[in-house]
Design a protein around this ligand. Structure first.
Ligand code: BGC
Length: 688
């Protein structure tokens, strides 16, 4: 009897201990850290989402939390620590649009790509996009969107420029901060990426970016700094590449001294998606201040545990990172058990993407033109009041309009409005036979050219974004037949690019022969009948324009403007919206004009010989001719600027200028202020 009582006592004592296990709250992080075993601490620092590398997932089942999401931070249910879900980014929530066992769909809004967002120069509008993306992140049961992309456009050939904002760090920082504040206002987080100097894709996991401290501070880090100071991102993603001989992921100077000590960053740093790296220990990443290893491999947990046991890794470093992880987790929708609806309001968000794209589209040329049915010359655009009723639409991307780029930056959108639909919605039809032929060609190409364009690049598959198909050639005779069918012609020149590869000059930066011929032949035939030709550039990045820009009457850079692309373009063409987008990077005469093009995508080491002379800082300072300068963009109206007044107070200069619309239609203008360093002892750019 006595023995039974004792046993019962022992059992109840054991239960009491078990019941006393703390559960994570916003205020008991110290207690939780004390209660964690070494294994649990190590586990929390290693992503637990998937089978990326054929490993066993660290925590079973988390991979299925949200199908198609990029990764998770692991759960520790014993202590009430939920898994959190990380999804790409940045142009919208990238999750699988369909799931096994249900007919429900999970399409997400495809917003304009980074360059298009930045070209609005409108932080308020970008903030609205951020809010909508934050809302979709949360409603689709995710916690963090893996964006914004904040690397600089060091060179126009970078395959991921479409995800990034600009060659200018101030613009990058301001647009990035607006996006981040928008997302985070919804109670979801961001991961500003890729920290730092991930300005090329060629051998991005190995290349060493050799860059001076000055260029780092003034250019490559500056955008991140502004974003940290003005928006405190929940997370930052360290880049794959090396900076001055050290992988960013293990770079204590970058991840701790600069990011946290200098700028006051309070969030977590997660790695980019590489798992165990050759030549870099997970231990070194922990020490450097990389809090979360993505996508996570069990061997990394083991390495951390053994590191602590052997004395190679200080438990204080582990605890510091664990604390930051917990501080992040208590902010997340998962922690708050947010009841995700899986039904964000896609219609409301479609309206936001349409408006934003309109403000990011840049009018590059709008020459005077005398139409066959008019007496006087007038600017070619807008096509108002039934001036153009039918358009002959050339170029495969008129029909396969690219809403965004490829790779992790693509979004599975519910639809993409192409140019035929966009024009139709605006009351303009397209010539029938030509439309039919192209539509059939796109169907054919979809089947025939699958995975053929970049066989070496696994990102070039439909699941990683819309593909660009080879351009179809038309004889001058066939083009001539279209002239009587239409009042005007459009030629869309499309470019696709994305993660894992940079662009080449001959076929991706420059126009290929078929495209040149198409523009030349269409212009010749339509001009002979006094009918105008507009070229639309549907690309995430800069292309060569100098050799052909004299031919068409108008040129519009549509970028990759999101799922409502055709509607946004029609709004601009018809003057429903007056263009106000301005370039956020220089359009050079030739790709080789950028000093960084020499040795640009070296797979081993890239010496930044141009130093601080990136983008317009170079072209201006060295008086080099460009096709379209940084900040350029036309409008359907004209503006007058008053003489600027400058007030300096407490080291802050305020510039005031009155901008007056002197034209006949309403419009928006981007007032830009540049400064020149006075009496500089250091060599400085002519203006910045
Ligand atoms: C990309 C990141 C992305 C991650 C997760 C990486 O390969 O570089 O930008 O967020 O994959 O998909």
């Amino acid at each position: 009897m006595k023995k039974t009582i004792l046993t019962a006592l022992a059992v109840s004592v054991g239960m009491a201990t078990a019941n006393a296990q703390p559960k994570l709250t916003a205020t008991n992080i110290d207690e939780i850290i004390k209660a964690m075993t070494l294994e649990e601490k190590a586990k929390l620092l290693v992503g637990g989402a998937n089978n990326f590398f054929g490993d066993q997932a660290v925590v079973g089942g988390e991979a299925d939390l949200v199908a198609g999401a990029a990764g998770t931070s692991p759960a520790i249910p014993r202590l009430g620590i939920p898994a959190t879900v990380l999804t790409d980014g940045p142009a919208g929530v990238r999750i699988d649009p369909t799931r096994k066992g249900t007919t429900q769909t999970y399409y997400a809004t495809g917003f304009p790509i980074g360059t298009c967002l930045a070209s609005t120069w409108n932080t308020e509008l970008v903030g609205k996009v951020g809010e909508a993306i934050g809302n979709e992140t949360k409603e689709y049961r995710c916690d963090v969107i893996l964006g914004p992309g904040m690397n600089l456009h060091r060179n126009p050939l970078c395959g991921r420029n479409f995800e990034y904002y600009s060659e200018d760090p101030l613009l990058t920082g301001k647009i990035g901060a607006a996006y981040i504040n928008g997302v985070q206002s919804q109670g979801a987080g961001v991961s500003a990426k890729h920290f730092a100097v991930n300005s090329q894709e060629t051998n991005r996991t190995g290349v060493d970016e050799q860059v001076s401290q000055r260029a780092l501070r003034e250019l490559y880090l500056r955008g991140f700094e502004i974003a940290v100071r003005e928006s405190q991102p929940w997370t930052i993603m360290s880049s794959y590449n090396q900076v001055n001989g050290e992988y960013s992921m293990g770079n204590r100077d970058l991840l701790t001294s600069v990011l946290r000590d200098d700028w006051g960053f309070k969030g977590i740093v997660m790695t980019d998606w590489i798992g165990i790296r050759k030549g870099l220990e997970t231990i070194a990443e922990v020490q450097a201040g990389n809090d979360l290893m993505e996508p996570g491999q069990p061997a990394q947990v083991k390495e951390i545990v053994e590191g602590v046991k052997s004395g190679k890794l200080d438990i204080q470093d582990v605890d510091r990172n664990v604390r930051r992880m917990l501080e992040y987790i208590v902010k997340t929708p998962s922690f708050h058990q947010y009841p995700a609806s899986n039904q964000p309001d896609l219609n409301v968000h479609a309206a936001i993407t349409r408006q934003t794209a309109c403000e990011g589209i840049v009018l590059l040329k709008n020459a005077q033109f005398t139409m066959h049915n008019a007496q006087l010359a007038a600017p070619c655009l807008p096509w108002k009041d039934g001036k153009v009723k039918t358009v002959a639409l050339f170029g495969e991307n008129s029909y396969n309009f690219l809403s965004g780029g490829t790779g992790s930056g693509c979004v599975h959108t519910p639809y993409v409005v192409d140019m035929v639909e966009g024009l139709k919605n605006a009351g303009i039809s397209t010539s029938k036979t030509l439309t039919d032929i192209y539509r059939k060609y796109i169907e054919y190409a979809r089947v025939k050219f699958q995975a053929e364009r970049h066989p070496a690049n696994w990102f070039q598959q439909e699941m990683f974004g819309q593909q660009k198909y080879p351009e179809a050639a038309f004889t001058p005779i066939a083009i001539g037949k279209e002239v009587s069918e239409a009042d005007a012609a459009i030629v869309t020149i499309g470019r696709q690019a994305g993660e894992g590869a940079d662009r080449d000059i001959a076929t991706e930066f420059n126009l290929i022969d078929i495209e040149r011929q198409l523009i030349a032949d269409v212009c010749k035939a339509f001009h002979a009948a006094q009918k105008p030709v507009v070229v639309i550039i549907n690309s995430g990045s800069v292309i060569e324009t100098a050799s052909w820009r004299d031919l068409p009457d108008a040129i519009i850079c549509a970028w990759q403007p999101g799922e409502e692309g055709g509607n946004s373009m029609a709004d601009i063409l018809t003057g429903k919206v007056n263009p106000s987008g301005h370039l956020t990077m220089t359009w050079p005469m030739a790709a080789t004009d950028h000093p960084s093009t020499v040795g640009y995508a070296d797979p081993v080491a890239v010496a930044h010989n141009e130093d601080i002379y990136v983008g317009y800082r170079y072209f201006d300072s060295f008086g080099k001719e460009v096709a379209y300068p940084f900040g350029y963009g036309l409008s359907y109206t004209t503006f007058d600027y008053s003489k600027p007044a400058v007030k300096v107070k407490g080291g802050v200069a305020t510039v005031t200028v009155t901008v007056k619309n002197t034209g006949a239609v309403a419009g928006k203008e981007v007032a830009q202020v540049y400064v020149t360093a006075p009496r500089a002892t250091l060599r400085s750019p002519l203006r910045s």
